[in-house]
Design a protein around this ligand. Sequence first.
Ligand code: K2U
Ligand code: ZN
Length: 172
Amino acid sequence: MAIRPILNVAESAAILKQVSAPVERVDDELRALMDDMLETMYDAPGIGLAAVQIGVLKRVIVMDLAKEGEEPQPRFFVNPEITWTSDETAPYEEGCLSVPEVYDEVQRPARVRLTWLDYDGVAHDEEVDGLFATCIQHEMDHLNGVLFIDHLSRLKRDRAIQRVKKVIREAA
Ligand code: K2U
Ligand code: ZN
């Protein structure tokens, strides 16, 4: 297991804007990647992470929605697909590990139906809501080269990128 650097929009926008490729097979090499993604996410800390955020253009997401003090509940999504979205939407104050120190409200479908392969390559098909629905849509956007700031106004998006550039400059 290894903690990998997380790409940010100020330095790696070209990679973060790319569409990730489907996974051919769920094997030990892919499981090693998912282990690294999970360790990197916990270290950030975050509740979700897409492979593109550590520079790997594969359609893989990890997530853990367990709250502080709860038993960790890691989830692995290989080749996830959203097959249905509710008309009803829900707002959430989103952040992103690739857009540090920027938070803003994003409206997304409140419920989605999701298919995916898990850590062992077993297929799943579930309808989800709440933070699970919000987070998986945020991560699926990453797999399609979309950041949550792309859902904001042009002015807010440009200001967000300027803010990240300042945050990265000051961290250097
Ligand atoms: O993709 C990422 O950068 C991780 C995201 C996941 C996420 C974004 C928006 C809404 C839900 C999940 C976050 O940076 S993880 C940080 C976080 C923690 C608690 C609640 C929301 C975001
Ligand atoms: Zn993100």
